[in-house]
Write a protein that binds this ligand. Structure first.
Ligand code: FES
Length: 110
């Protein structure tokens, strides 16, 4: 699906959040590659908006980390053992998207 985001948007950042059919999707640029991944954390539903480092995205709520290349959780949420955790309900991996750049420079996210 073509989105109204030009590849020039990555000249000053390495990640951005787009909306795809009503879902927040994190798009990350690493070198000359682009990756897309659902931006809603599988732990308790917080959006993944911060601290993208390379191809790793961290949830600001409890620190779970995801690999945006495959949607896998690479570090579990940091919650105290005595606090109930919804981990048994985690649906992983997060959905990922193929991101390409069209001849017009706009992103195509599928
Ligand atoms: S909601 Fe993301 S780690 Fe808890």
């Amino acid at each position: 699906m073509k989105v109204r985001v030009h590849v020039h948007a990555f000249e000053e950042r390495n990640s951005l959040l787009i909306w795809l059919k009503g879902r927040p999707v994190l798009v990350v640029k690493d070198g000359d590659k682009l990756y897309g991944m659902d931006a809603v954390c599988a732990h308790m539903g917080c959006a993944i908006l911060s601290e993208v480092n390379g191809t790793t995205a961290m949830c600001p709520a409890h620190g779970a980390k995801y690999d945006v290349t495959n949607g896998k959780m690479i570090e579990k949420p940091n919650v105290k053992p005595e606090i109930p955790c919804e981990q048994e309900q985690i649906k992983l991996p997060l959905k990922t998207y193929k991101v390409t750049v069209g001849e017009d420079g706009l992103l195509d996210v599928n």
